[in-house]
Ligand binder design. Structure first.
Ligand code: PHB
Length: 390
């Protein structure tokens, strides 16, 4: 009896190891992807586009990454930093996700990065630009497929200076993304001889712009630089035009101002110049294929958020393939993602040592319903990654 059981156990073990050699230890099991994105509030549409992009890449790989079927668990983070730690802990502790993908809002992303660092869970940030995530909070297991808030702002400072503007007022939401976007702008604009004469702000996600627009009119700067996104960007662009300012004081922004928003902004956005790592008219075979596949799958035009979601899935696939599906091999996963050339619709990019994209920042102009590329504002721009020790 005893011998039979022993034999049976040995036979079972032999079968198991034959079916699952060490190198493919987890190939048969599903990978649980925790999507922490906004499904409500001013950034809801951004969350949808990111998820669509991510799912498109997974679908293009037959629903699998590195041989593992992908299962999604979703949490609506409501772009609320106060709920962020609880939300991310739910995904890790209750749902046992293998990786975290999120989010849009910088304050929420910083809470996610803190938990990811403490638990060692792999985190890929598909939007939020919080400089700290690839700065002081950088870690072997934390990656970004998007940008740092500093990047589009810094690129725009040069553009505005070259236009001959000397005095600029900035206006943005008062939180990491607005503050850091303005800081990036100011750094290059003032280096080029300009002055930021006033920094206006309002709390996220408020959209009561009237008093601030009155102040801009009274200050009469040469130009305005702004960071708003999603629903807030739609309202800001419309209010700026309605206040009569569009004709008299040129408005510039980080490209989120006009990305995924043009249907709703209509003629009020026409002609606006923005800087971003994507545009609607790149015309490359890679981007054309992506746009066609996205439009077919979702009956929607893609935007920068869709691209960032798609690339987050590509980065996860690249890392997973390198470790043959075994996520416990964090150093190997990180090394593979870091040395990869990511074949993005935006153009090929790679990651810096702090795991933030090194990428071209395009100058775009709104023409009809498109952000048309009119040049490269900054080639191969890398975030300074201040405070990152890796
Ligand atoms: C951010 O909070 O980092 C953020 C949000 C929306 C954007 C860009 C950045 O479009």
């Amino acid at each position: 009896m005893k011998t039979t059981r022993l034999l049976a156990t040995a036979f079972g073990a032999a079968l198991l190891s034959a079916a699952a050699p060490a190198a493919f230890a987890q190939a048969g099991t599903k990978i649980k992807v925790g999507l922490m994105l906004p499904a409500t509030g001013t950034f809801a549409a951004l969350g949808t586009a990111i998820e669509n992009g991510f799912r498109l890449h997974v679908a293009e790989n037959g629903g699998k990454l590195a041989g593992r079927e992908v299962e999604f668990v979703r949490v609506d983070d409501e772009s609320d930093p106060a709920k962020a730690t609880d939300n991310v802990n739910k995904l890790i502790k209750r749902d046992n996700v293998d990786v975290l993908i999120g989010t849009v809002h910088s304050g929420v992303a910083m809470a996610m990065a803190r938990v990811a660092k403490d638990t060692g869970t792999i985190l890929i940030v598909p939007n939020a630009g919080a400089d700290a995530v690839t700065g002081p909070m950088c870690a072997l297991n934390i990656f970004r497929s998007s940008f740092s808030n500093w990047q589009p702002g810094y690129a725009m400072g040069d553009v505005v200076a070259k236009k001959g503007h000397k005095k600029v007022v900035t206006i943005a939401w008062k939180y990491a993304a607005g503050d850091e976007s303005v800081r990036g702008f100011k750094e290059s604009f003032e280096k080029a001889g300009g002055t930021v004469v006033k920094e206006l702000s309002l709390p996220f996600p408020n959209v009561e712009f009237q008093a601030l627009l009155t102040e801009i009119a009274a200050t009469k700067p040469d130009a305005v630089y702004t960071f708003f996104a999603g629903g807030g960007a739609v309202k800001f662009v419309k209010d700026y035009a309605a206040a009569g300012l569009k004709k008299s004081i040129p408005l510039y922004g980080a490209g989120f101002l006009t990305d995924g928003t043009l249907e709703a902004q209509g003629a009020d956005a026409e002609g606006l110049l923005t800087t971003l790592h994507y545009a609607d008219s790149l015309g490359t075979p890679r981007d054309n294929a992506f746009r066609l596949a996205y439009a077919k799958a979702y009956k929607l035009q893609p935007d920068v958020y869709a691209v960032q979601g798609f690339d987050a899935a590509q980065m996860l696939r690249i890392g997973l393939e390198a470790v043959k599906g075994d996520l416990s091999k964090k150093a190997e996963f990180a090394a593979a993602v870091q040395k990869a050339k990511i074949d993005s619709p935006r153009g090929t990019f790679s990651l810096s040592k702090s795991h933030n994209p090194v990428q071209d920042i395009y100058l775009r102009q709104v023409v009809g319903k498109e952000n048309k590329i009119i040049g490269v504002a900054s080639k191969g721009l890398a975030d300074p990654a201040r405070g990152c020790r890796l």
